[in-house]
Design a protein around this ligand. Structure first.
Ligand code: GFB
Length: 381
């Protein structure tokens, strides 16, 4: 087993494994690694590897031995999906993170990134929510299953650090959005759901759009390219047990968000708030002072990010995720695919596609990528 005493900046020049590379966050991490000039990461198609299968995960790490790992795979969804599928949200996330963290440690991964969520904090936590408010009060009931799984992931990273010296860091992103999001009307998060609702209403000439809840809850939104940028920044510069919030430090009401999305889409009808739908947590705003002290700030303003995401949606209309059921970041293998996972080589790194990812447009102006430029310069140094 290799020692876990990585020099922070050097870690990015070792090959990464991005678990969940087809998801919103994983795809953004692949783009960020490409832009930073990092080596092509290990990417495994979910049809070939079920991350809930501990033996298959072991086999992957034993044969591939990545230098650092970003765990971006998991069961995710919006307020309705969390409430509707509690069993899958707790089981799949616990299984995936347990397998990946354990195998990463066993096979000498030098640095590991666990991605949590702002929903780990108590429902009525003091705002903005500092990292120290973890486990100081009851969770929001609509997403407590997901939150408990994420808290267990943080604690597993801490336990492996304390007992084995495993070099795992834990980031807690706020509500994310961007290209590659799930645009399902029922199971997605609010921002992509509203993009789709306003777009469909505009195309159909509908007179009103329904927005769930009262419109009063407040949320903080971070573009996923900013999150990926922060992830590389912290992977290269931060070592420690303390969890780190990743957000913008500003929030807005759902009614204000709906107005922003309506403007970006160009829908001229009315809004109706359906108070029979759950509001969820009244307010979720992260205290980002620890992140700022570590030298990172977000770049993408909500207006720009929402406009770019709508543009992405228009350009990828035929392929966007818009089904009515939650899609897992891992697939349950069909019998034939399950047999494939038993073979030693279950990985499918694709260097050509990775090189292309550097140029892949997420639609956000390149002038906003200064942090990544710094990371790239650091890699060249
Ligand atoms: O984004 P969202 O589903 O997640 O909902 P949470 C945020 C707010 O938007 C809630 C309202 O008050 C919703 O009632 N909303 C309005 C809508 N219209 C819609 C709509 O069409 N779709 C959706 N989905 N919401 C999630 C957690 O909570 O936050 C996850 O469930 C995760 O576990 C994520 O942690 C970051 O912010 O309420």
């Amino acid at each position: 087993m290799r020692a876990s005493n990585a020099t922070p900046a050097a870690i990015l020049s070792e090959r990464a494994f991005v678990a969940g590379h087809r998801g919103l966050v994983g795809a953004a991490l692949v783009r960020a690694l490409a832009r930073a000039g990092a080596p092509a990461p290990l990417l495994v198609e979910k049809a070939r590897l079920d991350l809930r299968d501990g033996a298959a995960v072991e086999s992957l790490f034993a044969s591939e031995r990545p230098g650092h790992v970003y765990l971006a795979a998991g069961k995710v969804g919006g307020i309705r999906a969390n409430d509707a599928y509690p069993a899958e949200f707790i089981r799949d996330n616990l299984a995936i993170q347990t397998n990946v963290i354990h195998s990463a440690w066993r096979h000498g991964v030098r640095k590991f990134m666990f991605l949590g969520s702002s929903c780990i904090y108590p429902r009525l936590a003091e705002q903005p929510m500092h990292e120290s408010c973890l486990l100081t009060g009851p969770l929001e009931p609509t997403n407590e299953w997901y939150a408990i799984a994420k808290i267990a992931g943080i604690k597993m990273c801490h336990a492996y650090r304390r007992q084995y010296g495993f070099n795992a860091i834990c980031l807690m992103p706020t509500n994310l959005y961007g290209p590659g999001d799930n645009f399902s009307l029922e199971d997605s998060h609010v921002l992509p759901a509203l993009i789709r609702r306003f777009h469909d209403a505009k195309c159909a000439g509908a007179s009103e759009v329904v927005v769930w809840g009262t419109g009063r809850p407040r949320r903080e939104f971070l573009h996923v390219d900013d999150l990926a940028d922060a992830a590389l920044h912290l992977m290269a510069r931060y070592e420690g047990e303390d969890i780190v919030n990743v957000g913008t430090g500003t929030d807005l009401s759902i009614a204000e968000l709906a107005a922003l999305v309506q403007r970006a889409v160009g829908y001229g009808g009315a809004l109706r708030f359906d108070a029979s739908k759950p509001d969820g947590t009244p307010r979720k705003l992260l205290d980002v002072s620890r992140l700022h002290a570590l030298g990172w700030r977000h770049r993408i303003a909500p207006e720009d990010g929402i406009r770019a995401t709508y543009q992405w949606f228009l350009e990828h209309r035929s392929e966007v995720r818009s089904g009515a059921t939650v899609r897992s970041a891992v697939a349950v293998p069909e019998p034939a695919a399950a047999a494939a996972t038993a073979q030693p080589a279950v990985f499918a790194p694709d260097s050509e596609r990775f090189a292309g990812a550097a140029a892949a447009a997420s639609g956000v102006p390149t002038s906003r990528r200064e942090n990544l430029g710094t990371t790239a310069a650091m890699l060249r140094a």
